[in-house]
Design a protein around this ligand. Structure first.
Ligand SMILES: Cc1cc2nc3c(=O)[nH]c(=O)nc-3n(C[C@H](O)[C@H](O)[C@H](O)COP(=O)(O)OP(=O)(O)OC[C@H]3O[C@@H](n4cnc5c(N)ncnc54)[C@H](O)[C@@H]3O)c2cc1C
Length: 464
């Protein structure tokens, strides 16, 4: 552990103790690949990326990764230290990363439910963090007029079977009561009336979730960074040394030396030698339908824009009716240590997305998909974040656990404060569940994760 102000930040011990001087430099061997399939960004006007890094730099702060985490960190650093120089390096183009490929739910409440007494307090603290991030995003969207269909639609957390309704939703209901949160319990007929589907046994509606086009939001955040922040897109870090008084990184074109670095690369962090010991890479698949016709819309429910999250997080499907009247489905949850997949697997996942969407809306037999894509994220075994100081001048954020719009906006902003030596009690709230737990290395990890997911898939198959 390293003491940062009053905050105890857990440092991966191997990083400080066992790395020999000649191995302090890490060569990055794999990079994010943009397959140009992200439906959210394809629908947006063309955006010109920022220039890529062309010359060497010496800066106060270097942030690596321009998703919600990196952009929030850079913005907060600029707010705290307007005279300092801040550079953000992004391997690809903003909006094509997980931050732009997700389902677009900014969720104020914890996803998980628990009967453990501690969860009452931990949940409340997590909600404080969630609302802080939503307020931050809301204020930026209003201030910069970011056109991203940001809307306080709330969220239906839904179970397909009575078994999962009883096991998961009833437990979640108890948690909501303990947290003093308002909610509605809805059964099949009410859901049919509101959403136009009879597929679900029951759902809990909570009002605090915002829905948006995530690619539009993350683009808008990048395009309105404070002046002291320089963002370089198409500037992949190919070599990194996070140790020493002036850590540095190298891209194809230049070197950046920084007094301090914040690593915000989520699923790619292990490639930088960080958080390999605690994070699990997961591949998800999502689709957007063609816009519904007015005849098709008449066969849906009374809600004009809505979102459903699955009570069974591994097997279930996320569902939305978007602002431009398309149906979104996100389904499939796959252990993906290679950060690669095959065309055959993509086609299989696409077919499954369409099948599950049609099963939910049998009254729309003509329903077709227009966009299909995939994206990677990092989860931890104990659902806690990876958040810490990884060397004397480097800090890292990872393990978004699937709710990174809110959690990683908060993580980026809070990490900037920690790195700048500030004390914010929200850091303790953010870490109320602790930090990501160490897991066994591969190949034992492969066996453990695959067995766990296989069991969850088998047990929850009716929740698809
Ligand atoms: C299909 C899908 C659906 C999801 N749905 C939701 C949802 O509805 N709500 C929600 O809250 N979360 C959702 N998530 C999770 C959410 O998208 C992530 O938690 C969030 O985007 C993480 O943000 P981040 O900034 O940490 O990481 P990322 O967005 O992954 O950003 C990391 C950045 O690091 C860059 N990078 C990597 N390597 C290098 C390098 N060598 N050099 C420079 N840059 C590099 C990458 O290009 C990337 O831009 C979903 C994710 C997926 C994939």
């Amino acid at each position: 552990m390293v003491n940062v102000g009053s905050f105890l930040i857990r440092v991966p011990v191997h990083f400080l103790l066992s790395i020999e001087p000649d191995t302090m430099t890490v060569q990055i061997t794999r990079f994010p690949i943009d397959d140009k399939s992200n439906g959210w960004s394809v629908m947006l006007p063309t955006r010109k990326p920022t220039l890529s890094l062309a010359e060497d730099k010496e800066v106060d702060w270097l942030v690596i990764g321009a998703g919600y985490a990196g952009l929030a960190a850079a913005r907060r650093l600029a707010e705290l230290q307007p005279q300092s120089s801040v550079v953000v390096l992004e391997a690809g183009v903003v909006g094509e990363n997980a931050s732009g490929r997700n389902s677009g739910f900014a969720i104020d409440l914890p996803h998980t439910s628990s009967s453990v007494e501690d969860w009452r307090d931990q949940g409340k603290r997590s909600i404080r963090v969630g609302r802080y991030a939503i307020q931050w995003l809301d204020q930026l969207i209003q201030q910069h007029q970011i056109p991203c269909d940001w809307h306080a639609s709330g969220r239906y957390h839904a179970a397909v079977t009575s078994q999962v309704s009883q096991q998961v939703l009833r437990q979640y209901e108890q948690n909501l009561k303990a947290w003093g949160e308002s909610y509605e319990w809805l059964e099949v007929d009410a859901l049919k009336e509101r959403l136009g589907t009879q597929y679900y046994h029951s759902a809990i509606y909570t009002p605090g979730t915002y829905l948006m086009n995530p690619a539009a939001l993350v683009r808008g955040l990048a395009d309105h960074l404070p002046e002291s922040v320089q963002l370089y897109e198409n500037s992949a870090v190919i070599e990194v040394n996070l140790q020493g008084t002036a850590p540095y990184v190298r891209t194809e074109a230049a070197v950046v030396r920084a007094k301090k670095v914040i690593l915000a690369t989520n699923v790619y962090s292990p490639l930088f030698g960080v958080y390999e010991e605690c994070q699990v890479p997961i591949l998800l698949f999502a689709s957007l339908s063609k816009p519904l016709t007015s005849e098709q819309l008449q066969q849906l429910g009374s809600d004009a824009m809505w979102g459903v999250t699955p009570a069974h997080g591994v097997v279930g499907s996320t569902l939305r009716l978007t602002a431009d009247k398309r149906l979104l489905i996100r389904q499939g949850f796959e252990y993906s240590p290679s950060l690669k997949t095959t065309e055959a697997r993509r086609q299989q996942a696409r077919a499954m997305n369409l099948k599950l969407l049609r099963q939910r809306f049998p009254q729309l037999p003509q329903l077709e998909l227009e966009h299909f894509w995939m994206g990677w994220l990092a989860v931890s075994q104990n659902h806690a974040p990876a958040f810490g100081q990884v060397s004397p001048n480097a800090f890292a954020i990872s393990c978004c656990n699937g709710s990174g719009i809110v959690r990683h906006t908060a993580a980026g902003s809070l990490m900037a404060e920690v790195a700048a030596g500030m004390k914010n009690p929200l850091v303790d709230d953010f870490l109320a569940q602790g930090v990501a737990k160490r897991i066994p290395p591969r190949p034992w990890r492969d066996v453990g994760v695959k067995t766990h997911l296989w069991w969850e898939m088998w047990r929850g198959q009716a929740e698809q």
